[in-house]
Design a protein. Structure first.
Ligand SMILES: C[S@@+](CC[C@H](N)C(=O)[O-])C[C@H]1O[C@@H](n2cnc3c(N)ncnc32)[C@H](O)[C@@H]1O
Length: 279
């Protein structure tokens, strides 16, 4: 915890590249200006915001799934929650501590809106909050038909997977495919089918080795137009080590460290660049 606070204080001193200043690549300038700093003033649809706010107050219980779900409850393959390690949690507790915040959700929405990907792959659905922003961002994009893009999200805990399915149904997001199973296995199946324009959100197993393995697979399988977002890059020393290693790979052209999340851009015509941005 002390280490994380130190890193956060260090991060606060970085105020470079405000709204894209000092960035020479037009592609990167546009990404930083439009997506990171919301230069275009993209609004998040009110129904997504109000559903997220409601879930943050919802006192209903999410029971533990039991069995051998691969999520960090009983099984060491997941890293679990630092905030609430009890097996049974309230929705409120899960959403406040394990789901994206409103600002992070907005960033996911804007990324999906800007990239307009043919496929989104999320590792770690949780209760489906981040998926709402990701899928909502593409759905909101101009005249895209619902079945012209795919959204896949993987969750190991069957109770959470079911909860998220109900949430997506409520939003008419019938095309979102919730795969209930171990990311280790499912990500290999899905990585063989990645289209050129692809967006990934990696938010499942917060450990060094699996995180690197998932990212290696995605980066090697993705086309140049891919954007990969990694959550919680300072969650632990292991996650930070994974982030530092990933950004050194030749396939990663640009990395953007936002503290709570890291963004990877793969376009080969971009100069190798590492940005640290405080938003
Ligand atoms: C941080 S939560 C995801 C939160 C969600 N992305 C959001 O922001 O709303 C991580 C989820 O990943 C799941 N998970 C962790 N390790 C997993 C694994 N190996 N296979 C499948 N799911 C896993 C956990 O059950 C948990 O629900």
């Amino acid at each position: 915890m002390g280490w994380r606070i130190c890193k956060y204080i260090q991060h606060l001193f970085y105020r470079k590249h405000r709204e894209g200043h000092g960035i020479h690549s037009p592609y990167l300038f546009e990404f930083v200006n439009q997506v990171v700093f919301n230069g275009g003033g993209v609004d998040i649809p009110a129904p997504i915001l109000s559903a997220h706010r409601e879930l943050r107050k919802e006192r209903g219980i999410i029971p533990a799934a039991g069995g051998n779900n691969p999520t960090g409850g009983n099984n060491p393959r997941g890293a679990g929650s630092k905030v609430d390690s009890k097996e049974t949690r309230t929705i409120q507790s899960f959403v406040r501590s394990s789901s994206v915040s409103l600002d992070q959700g907005a960033l996911l929405f804007r990324t999906a809106h800007w990239l307009n990907p043919d496929m989104i792959l999320e590792l770690g659905t949780g209760l489906g909050v981040s998926t709402l922003y990701l899928a909502g961002g593409v759905g909101e994009t101009s005249d895209r038909e619902p079945d012209s893009f795919q959204v896949h999200t993987i969750e190991g805990d069957p109770v959470r997977a079911d909860f998220s399915r109900q949430l997506f149904k409520r939003f008419g997001l019938n095309g979102v495919k919730v795969h209930c199973g171990d990311v280790d296995r499912m990500v290999e199946e899905l990585a063989g089918k990645l289209p050129g324009r692809f967006l990934a959100f990696v938010d499942a197993n917060h450990r060094y080795e699996p995180t690197l393995r998932y990212l290696r697979l995605l980066i090697n399988s993705a086309g140049e137009e891919a954007v990969i977002i990694m959550d919680d890059i300072y969650w632990s020393k292991g996650m930070y080590r994974a982030w530092k290693e990933v950004i050194s790979w030749p396939g990663v052209r640009v990395s953007i460290d936002l503290f709570h999340m890291g963004i990877l851009l793969l376009r080969r015509d971009l100069q190798k660049t590492h940005l640290k941005i405080k938003i």
